[in-house]
Ligand binder design. Structure first.
Ligand SMILES: Cc1cc2nc3c(=O)[nH]c(=O)nc-3n(C[C@H](O)[C@H](O)[C@H](O)COP(=O)(O)OP(=O)(O)OC[C@H]3O[C@@H](n4cnc5c(N)ncnc54)[C@H](O)[C@@H]3O)c2cc1C
Length: 390
């Protein structure tokens, strides 16, 4: 099916929405993006883009520009929170072949996508909050300002609290996962090289990596918590709370934490992967379909994959509904597998005694005896190239 003249509304100008808009526009659709905020912007934090996500950026024509704004990751290093030295080093330059892993500032990636979307002729409308999605035929968007909008297809890229998800799957509330994450960026005063460092402690871990040519360091500090009582799922926090929660982390984490002045704090909430990704002419991409814990750094990468596959399947199918069914068939099992892997990583990072010692020893031995195997164990995830039909 050609998509020429197909009128598509994408709800949400996050990474999933912008990438979807770009991919659909490239196939000839007439695309409008509705965003509730008054500007397309992102939190001041970094993101890891793995080869599966980078493949989509490349296929959207953004490869060279993405290389310019990102830092190529040379290694992932796991360490104990108190002991000096490394538990294991995954050398990506030696063992990942031609696969490029990267760190990028979220705002830089969103700017890159937003600029490409506008250049391609997508209409972007800000301060447009969708209140309710009616997946009838045609679908109707009930806007918070009282207006009603319709289109040939509505793509819900409206994140964790998606109205489109609620329309297709019922209005279940996201659940608290028992983890919170602080995020901050600080100047790179510690000469952190181009690698991700993960410091594992009991019930907590801290990840850091460089951004923007190595001038900044991105920090993500995750702590297990019994509950989340704040009204909002994200808020700014007093840096003293972050430092207190990680007070027993020594070495580089301590030096970085000392510099943090204005961290954000997220309660990590999620839904199960949506059962229904499409009905009539409404569909879901990204966190709207499958919010994930960040422990495989895959939420945005999966949103990029969704965007490509959605446009690919709609472009090939003889009708919109058939294209949406093919999209869900190609994506749902993969989303479930990736999210299960992310859930599994949480407890591995957060082990307490007496399991921590033996587990770290096993990791360390694995790294020494079979370093390539340790890097390649996630080939199913990172070598999955949707732009080649996967
Ligand atoms: C601590 C942390 C670290 C992470 N690190 C990584 C990482 O390294 N790599 C990675 O791939 N992922 C990472 N993620 C996950 C990633 O951030 C998300 O999965 C990804 O941003 C989801 O993109 P999205 O476009 O689906 O949704 P969102 O980014 O949530 O975008 C949704 C958009 O829709 C808009 N919107 C919402 N509701 C409405 C409405 N009713 N009407 C109109 N507009 C609306 C919002 O304003 C927003 O702009 C991390 C997440 C966290 C919390």
């Amino acid at each position: 099916m050609g998509m020429f003249g197909t009128r598509i509304i994408v709800v949400g100008a996050g990474i999933g929405g912008l990438a979807s808009a770009l991919a659909l526009k490239a196939r000839g659709a007439d695309v409008t993006v509705l965003e509730q905020a008054n500007a397309i912007e992102e939190v001041g934090a970094g993101i890891q883009v793995s080869p599966n996500g980078a493949a989509v950026l490349g296929a959207l024509g953004l490869g060279p520009a993405f290389e310019e704004i990102s830092v190529r990751a040379r290694a992932v290093v796991l360490s104990d929170y108190r002991r000096p030295g490394e538990v294991v080093r995954l050398d990506l330059m030696r063992h990942a072949g031609d696969q490029r892993y990267a760190f990028v500032h979220r705002a830089d990636l969103v700017d890159l996508l937003a600029e490409a979307v506008r250049r391609a002729g997508v209409h972007v409308r800000l301060l447009q909050k969708v209140d309710r999605v009616d997946p009838g035929s045609p679908p109707v968007l009930h806007m918070c300002n009282g207006a009603h909008l319709t289109a040939d297809l509505v793509v819900g890229a409206d994140g964790l609290h998606s109205r489109a998800r609620a329309a297709l799957n019922g209005a279940g509330k996201p659940f608290f996962t028992g983890q919170v994450a602080w995020r901050a960026t600080v100047p790179n005063m510690v000469d952190l090289p181009d690698e991700a460092r993960v410091y594992m402690g009991p019930g907590r871990h801290l990840v850091c990596y460089p951004l923007q040519g190595g001038s900044l360091v991105n920090l993500v500090a995750v702590q297990e918590r019994a509950d989340w009582t704040a009204e909002s799922w994200s808020q700014s926090d007093d840096p003293a709370n972050l430092r207190a929660a990680f007070a027993d982390f020594s070495g580089l984490p301590a030096a970085l934490l000392a510099q943090v002045s204005a961290p954000g704090l997220w309660g990590l909430f999620r839904h199960p992967v949506a059962e229904t990704w499409h009905r009539g002419r409404v569909t879901l991409v990204g966190d709207a379909a499958h919010p994930t814990l960040p422990f495989m750094a895959q939420g945005a990468n999966m949103a990029l994959e969704d965007a490509w596959v959605l446009a690919d399947e709609l472009g090939k199918a003889p009708g919109i509904e058939l294209g949406l069914a093919a999209y869900q068939a190609r994506r749902q099992a993969r989303a479930r597998r990736v999210i299960a892997a992310a859930n599994g990583n949480a407890w591995k990072y957060h082990l307490r005694s007496p399991l921590r010692g033996p587990a770290h020893l096993a990791l360390s031995l694995g790294g020494r005896l079979a370093p390539a195997r340790m890097v390649r164990q996630f080939d199913w995830l990172y070598r999955h190239d949707v732009t080649m039909g996967a």
